[in-house]
Design a protein around this ligand. Structure first.
Ligand code: UGA
Length: 447
């Protein structure tokens, strides 16, 4: 049985480690945070992610998953070491690579002969060549970027579109591919253990050089962010012209050359990846003397969206937000996660609060994580119904399926006003209008 180590217990590290352990590898999962390791040792995750808890529990119980705060003995025993540490952004938007380098430096003296050091963290192109210089000559360095989405991390890892591995050492690249092929062979049973019912699909294995692998990752995220900002730009035009952005983008996306994914207009993108990966790409391009005005524009459009929603609502509410009781439903940066980092819903709530509104808020899974990002005067609630009581306006900012099941008739009766702002195009306008609510959204139903 091969032994591997995973450094960093964020979404990527925990998912990789739990899946590899269930595919038969012996996995050391290393993190400097005592709190995280204690929770993982108890057989569960410290974040909400579909399917992850049963996999952690089974792997910890079987002894295949070994969470630890120490690099020893894990690194020295490992044939493959995955670095999955965080790469937050610096205040100037560039990537903060402190953890990437410190993980490499700490692991370097412990790595065994012939070990492979795999970078899964999202890093600017050129970083790998620098990290490789920290490692002993008997260790191969490869880049293996991660494409999983939070909320569907387990099924994305098992049923991937592509596995990308880049590096100079072809044998090392092949060994990492083999690890994923072992996971692929076992994926139906792993998915079953996770309680997931993901349909089979064929994914690609792509071997390339180090720099290309690094750039593939950031380019993928940047392009998806670009699609969202493009849809939001068209949505603003739809607002002024009477078009319906949902119909427009669905029809545009039906062209197979374009594709309809990531065309949902609304409050814009957030989370721990897109905002920092876009700013990181702009900064790293600039380091290479290349301008990226297209990504600067995508960022500007995105940053404008929560304020755009607040302004639109303000007009409907008679031009002022001051003292108006309003509610934001959805504080996670997207559905399926408790993550509230760079969340558009949190941003919107803060904008409304700053404008003097009396802001109530609720999220089915992210209240706790959102609390520290929210302005102190915003009141958190335990249910959507309670949060919306006596409000003049309700904003939906996350596409949680349960928001579709709200009894809007009862909600309207308990509100003081009638504005329902669908900030993520979750609802069918007709379902809302027939209960007497005034439906507003970005790019539809505006004339
Ligand atoms: C993103 C990528 O989709 C993953 O492939 C990548 O591996 C990951 O970043 C990463 O770099 O680790 P994630 O941040 O989990 O995944 O979330 P997405 O599902 O991509 O959503 C990002 C944001 O865009 C969310 O706020 C979402 O609500 C928003 N979004 C998405 C829209 O506003 N409109 C859309 O049409 C789609």
């Amino acid at each position: 049985m091969k032994t591997i180590s995973v450094i960093g217990s964020g979404y990527v590290g925990v998912t990789t480690a739990a899946i590899a352990a269930n595919a038969g590898f012996r996995v050391h999962l290393i993190d400097i945070s005592e709190d995280r390791i204690t929770v993982l040792k108890s057989g569960k995750s410290f974040f909400y992610e579909e399917g992850i808890n049963p996999l952690i529990k089974l792997a910890v119980d079987s002894g295949n998953l070994l969470p630890s705060t120490s690099y020893e003995p894990g690194i020295a025993e490992s044939d493959i070491v995955f670095s999955c540490v965080g790469t937050p952004d610096n205040p100037d938007g560039s990537s903060n690579l402190e953890y990437v380098f410190s993980a490499g430096k700490t692991a370097a003296p412990l790595l065994k002969d012939g070990a492979i050091y795999v970078q899964k963290s999202t890093v600017p192109v050129g970083t790998g060549a620098e990290v490789a210089t920290l490692l002993p000559d008997h260790v191969a360095y490869v880049s293996n970027p991660e494409f999983l989405k939070e909320g569907t991390a387990v099924s994305n890892t098992l049923y991937f579109d592509r596995i990308v591995v880049g590096g100079k050492d072809a044998t090392a690249v092949e060994a990492v591919m083999q690890l994923y092929k072992t996971i692929e062979k076992n994926r139906a049973s792993i998915a079953q253990k996770a309680g997931l019912n993901t349909p089979e699909k064929a994914g690609e294995y792509i071997a390339t050089n180090l720099e290309s692998a690094e750039l593939i990752k950031v380019t993928s995220n940047a392009f998806l962010a670009l699609k969202i900002s493009f849809a939001n730009s068209i949505a603003k035009l739809a607002d002024e012209s009477g078009a319906d952005v949902v119909d427009v983008m669905n029809a545009v996306g039906a062209d197979k050359r374009i594709g309809s994914a990531f065309f949902n207009a609304g409050r814009g993108y957030g989370g721990g990846c897109f905002p920092k990966d876009v700013s990181g790409l702009i900064a790293s391009a600039s380091d290479h003397g290349v301008d990226m005005p297209i990504m600067v524009a995508a960022t500007d459009v995105n940053d404008s969206m929560p304020g755009y929603i607040a302004n639109k609502a303000q007009k409907y509410l008679g031009g002022i937000l001051h003292d108006k009781k309003v509610c934001v439903l959805g504080l996670a940066f997207k559905a399926g996660t408790s993550d509230a980092r760079r969340s558009p819903g949190v941003n919107l709530a803060n904008i409304l609060d700053k404008a003097g509104a009396n802001v109530q808020a609720y999220d089915p899974h992210a209240n706790k994580e959102a609390k520290e990002e929210l302005r102190a005067s915003i009141v958190l609630h335990e249910t959507a119904e309670e949060a919306c009581q006596e409000c003049e306006a309700v904003f939906i900012a996350t596409e949680w399926p349960e928001f579709k099941d709200i009894n809007f008739k009862a909600l309207k009766q308990n509100m003081q006003g009638d504005l329902l702002f669908d900030g993520i195009n979750l609802l069918a306008p007709s379902d809302i209008k027939h209960v007497g609510l005034h439906y507003m959204a970005v790019g539809r139903e505006n004339l």
